[in-house]
Ligand binder design. Structure first.
Ligand SMILES: [Zn+2]
Length: 256
């Protein structure tokens, strides 16, 4: 097995030089609210930092995703982090300002810190380190700060691949995984039934939205960590379920 220890030590030492810059950038980014669909200011801030980091080209695509390119080599490696966040909810539920980037004990706290603004910082500064340490080779490093990921997961990258014609050989999604490399996520399925007259189509196809029925299925990849937890509706056990009588929805959301 190859040991990456010497390279890792080298990278860590080089990154240390930018510690203050990265912390400042991270805190500034958290201080810019970027709810899904309102990421414009955050995109502008990251763009500025990408240009400083020495990307060869930086552009905003037709969906609003920010795409940075470094190098022109054969193997295409894409790193993605989404910039949008869910709402911060009630201010009183926070023990600190969610839009300040609280720094304490070597950690940064705030809405979107883990999911995934700090990952954006890492990707941008990775490019800087690649330049500093002359690590450019026969590969192209793509950094994507995507938008609208919280609402339509997967769609921004699908856009980047299908419409913007990026054809990555490898993709690294920087969703939080507790610093453990994962090969995929467990996926997400949303099911909703409504009560009433029996529908004309007893088994709706995926994506069928007739009669208020809606089935979406995003199966996990082979690296799924564990089977999804099952959640029963109030008063409803696992046995004897009668879909015709179920009101409400069962939703299995991913952790990220
Ligand atoms: Zn996320």
């Amino acid at each position: 097995m190859t040991s990456f220890a010497p390279e890792a030590a080298l990278l860590r030492a080089a990154a240390k030089k930018y510690e203050r810059d990265m912390i400042r950038f991270a805190r500034e980014l958290i201080a810019i609210p970027s709810l899904t669909g309102k990421e414009g200011k955050a995109v502008a801030r990251v763009r500025e930092e990408m240009l400083k980091a020495g990307f060869d080209a930086v552009r905003i695509d037709r969906m609003g995703n920010l795409i940075g390119r470094l190098g022109r080599g054969k193997t295409q490696i894409l790193f993605d982090a989404h910039l949008d966040t869910v709402s911060a909810g009630e201010r009183r539920d926070w023990r600190w300002d969610p839009f300040k980037g609280k720094l304490e004990g070597g950690e940064i706290f705030g809405r979107g810190a883990t999911d995934q603004k700090l990952a954006v910082v890492s990707i941008v500064y990775a490019a800087r380190l690649i330049r500093d340490l002359a690590l450019l080779g026969d590969y192209t490093f793509w950094a994507v700060a995507s938008v609208m990921e919280e609402d339509c997961e997967g769609l921004p990258l699908l856009h980047v691949i299908q419409k913007e014609k990026l054809r990555p050989d490898y993709v690294v999604i920087t969703e939080p995984s507790n610093l453990v490399l994962r090969r995929g996520q467990r996926g997400r399925t949303e099911l909703a039934w409504s009560s009433g007259a029996a529908p004309a189509t007893p088994r709706p196809r995926a994506g069928d939205q007739r009669r208020g029925q809606h089935v979406r299925d995003h199966p996990g990849s082979d690296g799924a960590q564990r089977p999804p937890r099952r959640r029963s509706l109030p008063g409803q056990g696992e046995r004897g379920r009668d879909p015709g009588r179920v009101e409400g929805a069962v939703s299995q959301r991913r952790a990220g």
